[in-house]
Design a protein around this ligand. Sequence first.
Ligand code: 5GP
Length: 116
Amino acid sequence: MAEETIFSKIIRREIPADVVYQDELVTAFRDIAPKAPTHILIIPNVLIPTANDAQPAHEQALGRMITVAAKIARDEGIAEDGYRLIINCNSHGGQEVYHIHMHLVGGQPLGPMLAS
Ligand code: 5GP
């Protein structure tokens, strides 16, 4: 059984977060330490620790994360200029919170995809 993170408390509204969207499958909220003018995390309501743990049963929630990202990008007014969707996995990916999450970052030119 995977261990819950602070993100489960955000899903259940047990701790404060700037939640911008929630439905039966996913929750989206602003990152506490934004790296760009728009920086929102989109997470499945079910605990999937990392991308390595994604199963066929999770496909609906994982797919919803992308359609919700597109909706939020439109709502934020950044869809036309563009943005980046990022999922970090484990230590080499720089993952800090072990509840899979998609970063939606935008609102300015983001530069090269990876720092060299
Ligand atoms: P990772 O490095 O795991 O891909 O990204 C984790 C992200 O979660 C970081 O950008 C970090 O700022 C954000 N984060 C960590 N704890 C909290 C929290 O309690 N609330 C919010 N809104 N974001 C958090």
